[in-house]
Design a protein around this ligand. Structure first.
Ligand code: GRF
Length: 189
């Protein structure tokens, strides 16, 4: 199977990146994680780039310069899918337009509920019975693009932020890979 090239954007621990790298090593997974971008050099997930010998780029603060360089790099590397995995910066409109329909994100709530940050606290405060994660396309509005798939978890009566986070993240690791399989099953590139 000829795999497409995917780039993962990170900012933090990179546990979703790790799950994606593992999936990408399966012979029938549609993409290969061939590039990693972080907005900060302190992202722990960058250790995975080194471990798995995946080229990476750390963004500097000069937005315009960055955008130009990044676009050129992604084109050069023939990247056909961008996966945001805990990437905390908002992508600018121009960048989203250039990769229209090819940027996806994983969010730790059942969208459209609880966009933005602190999703677990919000779900607990609202006494939700269910939480989960959503993989969705990225558009220029926060956590609002079309849903690809959701995975649910039950919230117990003694749940706290940490236990809920652990439960949801476990689902995320499956959800992201499943979503990518779903995308490539339905599109002929
Ligand atoms: C995940 O929970 C994801 O849903 C959210 O940010 C977190 C990133 O965690 N967007 P990690 O860096 O993949 O460990």
């Amino acid at each position: 199977m000829v795999k497409k090239n995917a780039c993962v954007f990170i900012s933090g621990s990179g546990t979703n990146l790790k799950a994606l790298i593992k999936s990408s090593r399966e012979y029938n997974f549609p993409v290969n994680i061939s590039y990693i971008i972080s907005n900060t050099k302190t992202a722990r997930g960058l250790s995975l780039a080194k471990l798995y010998k995946i080229p990476y780029q750390i963004l500097n603060q000069n937005y315009k310069l960055n955008l130009k360089f990044t676009l050129r790099e992604l084109k050069k590397r023939n990247i056909s899918l961008i996966c945001l995995a805990g990437y905390i910066k908002i992508l600018i409109k121009n960048f989203i337009n250039k990769f229209n329909g090819k940027i996806i994100n994983i969010h730790p709530s059942l969208l459209p509920k609880y966009k933005g940050l602190n999703t677990f606290v919000k779900a607990l405060q609202h006494k939700e019975k269910l939480s989960g994660c959503t993989v969705h396309y990225v558009n220029d509005k926060l956590d609002s693009g079309r849903t690809i798939l959701k995975k649910k978890v039950f919230i117990n009566s003694n749940e706290n932020e940490n236990t809920l986070k652990t439960k949801v993240q476990k689902k995320e690791y499956m959800a992201y890979s499943e979503a990518i399989i779903t995308i490539y099953r339905s599109i002929s590139f």
